[in-house]
Design a protein around this ligand. Structure first.
Ligand SMILES: Nc1ncnc2c1ncn2[C@@H]1O[C@H](COP(=O)(O)OP(=O)(O)OP(=O)(O)O)[C@@H](O)[C@H]1O
Ligand SMILES: [Mg+2]
Length: 342
């Protein structure tokens, strides 16, 4: 009996779903290897903590960038280790894999990621657009002939799609998401506070005191966090308190860009379907949707109602599971792809 596996290979997190046990793995997409022996020395969260902090004999990798696999060998090694992970409630030997991929992936990139998954031991691989899986996992009625809209803001990419009758009517994908939010915070602090901070500090600020809309917090002035960095003028170590107001200001231009991505997915959509989206609004998912007030911030900028999905981090992987469980209810093209791995 074949084992069916859903795989969401994200810029920040890798998630695995199995037919027997549902979601069995959520792990940072990171690995560390010995530079001499090429043995894996750390994986997932442990490897992520080592990024940029290892001695010369250990190399750290983040093999997926902006939603696309950029290091095939490391991806294959990482997946092989994930598939063989003893802690999973099931062992994944020669699985048939349904992979979620960015909407604008090229054929070369598609082949490359399939090769990496096959060399990790998979028996077969089929791909579905991650944004379709996300809409499914967010419980939008993707097979109904009523238009619906999904906006996913992840770690590396933001994707927006209008879906009707089991197919994508229009979609947009852009390399602007959580990691670009972190960059915006780094740049803001450098220019406004003469403070240099690293990626991890910027992400911590975003997660702990970040706000996308002023109404998401009783007071923008009260949220604050002390961070350590380097003073860009004196070059010395510095500790400074950063407020929610500052993170809000730092992120505003990126949120404008996210709203533009959503609106551009609505361009040239047939009027009936566009009318459905006007009526029912946008469903918001992806890890960055956890930023307090993001739904409101996008609603203000687009003039559309925006609803936050339940468990926004897991919509894609949950959707892959739903697709695998009921292969016959989707559009012909998707059914053909699923049949190819059965
Ligand atoms: N509470 C939070 N507030 C703001 N951002 C958050 C929060 N929690 C997680 N994030 C951000 O969510 C992002 C990860 O989201 P997600 O897991 O959806 O990405 P991914 O699927 O790995 O990436 P992608 O789909 O873009 O390739 C990270 O940038 C992280 O900083
Ligand atoms: Mg993702």
């Amino acid at each position: 009996m074949a084992r069916y596996v859903g795989l969401d290979l994200g810029t920040a997190y890798t998630r695995i779903w199995t037919l027997e046990n549902g979601i069995v793995l959520r792990s940072p997409t990171a690995a560390a290897m010995d530079s001499q022996t090429h043995q894996l020395v750390a994986l997932g969260a442990e490897a992520r903590r080592m990024l940029g902090k290892t001695p010369e004999n250990i190399l750290t990798f983040r093999p997926v960038r902006d939603g696309v696999v950029t290091d095939l060998e490391v991806t294959a090694r990482m997946l092989d280790a994930f598939f063989a992970n003893k802690k999973l409630r099931t062992t994944l030997r020669r699985p048939a894999v349904l992979l979620a991929t960015p909407y604008r992936i090229t054929e070369v990139e598609q082949l490359a990621v399939e090769n990496a998954i096959m060399s990790a031991g998979a028996r077969a691989v089929a791909q579905v657009p991650a944004i379709f899986a996300a809409a499914t996992g967010a419980n939008l009625r993707v097979t109904s002939p009523r238009g619906c809209m999904i906006l996913s803001v992840g770690g590396g990419i933001t994707e927006a799609a209008v879906i009707s009758a089991g197919g994508i009517i229009s979609a947009r994908s852009a390399k602007l998401a959580g990691e670009r939010f972190d960059m915006a915070i780094i740049n803001y602090l450098k220019h406004r506070r003469n403070l240099l901070v690293g990626d991890a500090t910027a992400e911590a600020l975003k997660v702990r005191v970040g706000v996308a809309d002023p109404t998401a917090t009783p007071s923008l002035k009260e949220g604050e966090m002390e961070v350590c960095g380097r003073d860009s003028v004196t070059g010395l170590a510095a500790r400074k308190v950063v407020s929610s107001q500052e993170i809000y200001e730092a992120l505003a231009p990126s949120l404008d860009a996210v709203a533009r991505i959503a609106l551009s997915a609505l361009e040239n959509v047939p009027p009936e379907i566009s009318g459905d989206v006007q009526t029912f609004g946008i469903m918001l998912c992806g890890g960055s949707a956890l930023l307090p007030g993001l739904a409101k911030a996008i609603a203000r900028r687009t003039g559309l109602r925006v609803t936050l999905a339940a468990d926004p981090l897991d919509c894609v992987i949950r959707g892959l599971g739903m697709i695998i469980r009921k292969p016959t209810i989707w559009g012909d093209e998707l059914q053909d792809r699923i049949r190819s791995i059965l």
